[in-house]
Design a protein around this ligand. Structure first.
Ligand SMILES: NC(=O)c1ccc[n+]([C@@H]2O[C@H](COP(=O)([O-])OP(=O)(O)OC[C@H]3O[C@@H](n4cnc5c(N)ncnc54)[C@H](OP(=O)(O)O)[C@@H]3O)[C@@H](O)[C@H]2O)c1
Length: 405
């Protein structure tokens, strides 16, 4: 089968994510012929550059994955640069002209690797320029800062795009370990028949990182660990293990949303019992961090799922920075004392970004977050964040192996 022929506009083409993840993933898809060798990548940002200047800028980010110089230069010939500012309408008209020249039978993609406040002006700019018809839009987490702002982002996107053509990335959904877990659930009927309150005592979701905030203090101060990994990655991991497995994989996002909607809300009165929040020592001395910052770099949320399958099974969601080791795992503790650990990270598998971009091109929505999942996760997280100050902030040493408070 011929590989898909695409015109892929990357907004934020000079940014951190574009350099570290998206352009390398596109290169790999190109070299593996998962996109056709006739595809066009339009790199969009404000700098007054020519095609060659952008190619020179991006090349060092593309030399690490073992691709030959020859293959890399062939790929770069398919990358063109578009200068523009999201603030004005002219950029979108110019982009339209660029796309029209190459569109023909190519599938049109817009990837928004930009700060979330730009999602709305970009979606509207594309709509007003008349280039949204049958195009697909890919956006990054965070989708909003809470339920209300997530709904605003959504209504802006829906002016130009249908739900079918909106791809919300949570790159954890591209991690091989999670798909292995789903495959086991689908194939191993004995394991699946034990995944419920009659056999499981507790489920622990854990995402610990070795890295601290790496100079991104300004960003992290407005986010904190709960918003950074709790509202998205940790809840998606939980959903993958607790959803009712649908007979048809296409319904997986629906099944994930359904279980997230059953999370028991954490009430104001019970918040101190259910939440631990902490900060690594030295965080307040990081660049661009307030000297009295209350931002959490670690959290643990204890909750339950209120449905027949999971009633009374204790669930914990934990995430934090500056730990001894990187850990991303789901631990299922069975009532008979046995444990199953699903490690989400697996060596020698394609990068999660490469996986999700390939799936967006294939239109496989099981790898993306539906709007119902976004809403359910904010509904659970918003009340926690509103009253988080009622929970005393604890402190931990950088490099500890686990948090014990
Ligand atoms: N970085 C990560 O590891 C990571 C991980 C997960 C999700 N994300 C999400 O991915 C998105 C991008 O993050 P990032 O870290 O890559 O951001 P970034 O490094 O700040 O990059 C922002 C990009 O937007 C462009 N830009 C800014 N204002 C513009 C304007 N008015 N008109 C046109 N272009 C403009 C910048 O281009 P110029 O300045 O060159 O014009 C730059 O290319 C964010 O939503 C973030 O939350 C990032």
């Amino acid at each position: 089968m011929a590989s898909p022929n695409i015109v892929f506009t990357l907004f934020g083409a000079t940014g951190d994510l574009a350099q570290k993840k998206i352009m390398p993933a596109l290169l790999n898809l190109y070299t593996q012929e998962k996109i056709s060798h006739d595809s066009v990548i339009i790199a969009f940002s404000r700098r007054p550059w020519t095609n060659d200047e952008y190619r020179t800028f991006i090349e060092p980010s593309l030399t690490e994955n073992g691709v030959s110089k020859d293959a890399l230069h062939k790929f770069l010939k398919h990358v063109v640069y578009a200068q523009g500012n999201f603030d004005g309408p002219t950029a979108f008209d110019q982009l339209k002209n660029k796309i029209e020249v190459v569109r023909r039978d190519r599938q049109v993609f817009f990837h928004l690797a930009v700060q979330p406040e730009f999602y709305e002006p970009i979606a509207l700019g594309l709509k007003n320029a008349g280039i949204t018809d049958s195009a697909k839009i890919i956006i990054e987490k965070p989708i909003g800062h809470n339920l209300k702002t997530a709904e605003l982002v959504e209504s802006a996107l829906r002016k130009g795009f249908t739900e079918e053509n909106i791809f919300r990335i949570d790159h954890y959904l591209g991690k091989a370990g999670l798909h292995d877990l789903v495959a086991v659930r689908q194939k191993d009927s004995e394991f699946e028949s034990h995944l419920n309150k009659d056999f499981v005592k507790t489920i622990e979701i854990k995402i610990l990182e070795q890295i601290a905030i790496e100079g991104r203090g300004e960003f992290y101060e407005t986010v904190g660990a709960i918003r950074d990994v709790g509202q998205n990655h940790a809840l998606e991991m939980l959903a993958m293990v607790t959803m009712d497995m649908p007979p048809n994989s296409a319904h997986i996002p629906e099944a994930r949303a359904k279980v997230l909607q059953r999370l028991v809300p954490i009430t104001t009165e019970k918040i101190a019992e259910h939440i631990i929040r902490a900060q690594y020592k030295g965080y307040r001395q990081e660049q661009d961090v307030d000297a009295h910052s209350e931002t959490e770099t670690y959290f643990k949320i204890k909750t339950e799922i209120n449905n027949d399958r999971w009633q009374n099974v204790h669930i914990s969601l934990e995430g934090g920075k500056a730990f001894e080791l990187k850990v991303a795992e789901i631990k299922i503790n069975f009532s008979d004392g046995t444990t199953k650990v699903c490690n989400i990270e697996r060596a020698h598998t394609p990068d999660a970004y490469e996986v999700v971009l390939e799936k967006a091109i294939e239109s496989d929505k099981t790898y993306f977050v539906s709007i119902d999942e976004v809403k359910a996760s904010w509904k659970f997280i918003d009340p926690i964040l509103e009253h988080i100050k009622d929970v005393s902030l604890k402190f931990y040493d950088k490099g500890v192996s686990s948090a014990s408070f």
